[in-house]
Design a protein around this ligand. Structure first.
Ligand SMILES: [Zn+2]
Length: 281
């Protein structure tokens, strides 16, 4: 198992992956499981109604293209992301760094994190080039790294530092990094990379690359957050935010690309993390 060949074109390697995926390839069970998990997520307030609907679509497409086993990394991301979104939610709210809507994710969150891996899964399915399966895992690893480092990083005792301006800014500011958030970004792709390792039949490449690209993806997210993402300012508290409404008032445009919000940043970084895995020799 450990001496599984590393080349994607290798027949044995393809066979090892196909065997594992077919172990759990009951589509009907998969679709039912997606429904149950999505409804549980809705009931537990992890997603709102639009998040529920888009989550079901992303889950269904994943199961239909990749079987039950390739739904596992997506499920891992969803469970970890939801758990850490509600973790110390009240404290995040006091810091002004909590997700809106009590942390309930909407279609925008679900699709910006879910569509990039699906693109790679789709290409893998129809090209049967396993490099795209690695990109699928790398993309989800980046989603996980980014979400967890945001949700845990905002709990840092010290205020984070905004990239490129190198000033301390309030927790939750896009483009700001903390030590806690960075360590979390380094560790949180690991569950996904272990799943990738298992599904590949023990390929070190499938272990290392999602871990590496996941971390870099989350770093890229902070860079995009600092340089590209639309920033607005609250006329009441003076806080720099991405929200249109803050303290009950409309915010003013300050910097960044108009309309390029958090969802666009997440979509770009998840796609970039998967693409990066394709070019690593
Ligand atoms: Zn305000």
């Amino acid at each position: 198992m450990t001496d599984a060949p590393l080349t994607f074109s290798n027949h044995l390697f393809k066979k090892a992956i196909a065997e594992r995926i077919s172990m759990l390839d009951d589509k009907l069970v998969g679709l039912l499981l997606v429904m149950i998990i999505a409804l549980l997520g809705y009931k537990k307030d992890a997603v709102n109604l639009s998040g529920l609907a888009s989550g079901i679509i992303v889950g269904f497409v994943t199961v239909l293209l990749g079987g039950l086993l390739l739904f596992l990394p997506l499920l891992t991301f969803f469970v970890l992301g939801s758990m850490f979104t509600v973790y110390k939610y009240n404290l995040k709210e006091i810091k002004g760094a909590a997700e809106d809507r009590k942390g309930r994710r909407s279609w925008n969150n679900v699709l910006s994190n879910g569509v990039p891996p699906l693109i790679f899964l789709l290409i893998w399915r129809f090209s049967s080039n396993d490099a795209f399966l690695l990109a699928f895992f790398s993309s989800i690893a980046a989603d996980t790294s980014d979400t967890l480092s945001n949700e845990i990083g905002v709990l840092s005792e010290k205020d984070p530092i905004l990239l490129f301006s190198w000033k301390r800014v309030p927790a939750g500011t896009s483009g700001a990094v903390s030590l806690l958030g960075t360590v979390t970004a380094l560790l949180s792709p690991l569950p996904i990379s272990f799943e990738s390792y298992f599904i590949s039949g023990g390929s070190i490449r499938f272990l290392m690359i999602p871990a590496f690209c996941g971390f870099l993806g989350s770093l890229f997210d902070s860079i995009l957050g600092a340089l590209v993402q639309e920033k607005r300012i609250c006329p009441v508290c003076g806080r720099i935010t991405e929200k249109k409404i803050h303290c009950g008032y409309s915010t003013r445009y300050l910097a960044g690309v108009k309309g390029f919000g958090n969802g666009s940043v997440n979509f770009t970084m998840s796609l970039a993390a998967g693409a990066l895995s394709l070019v690593i020799p």
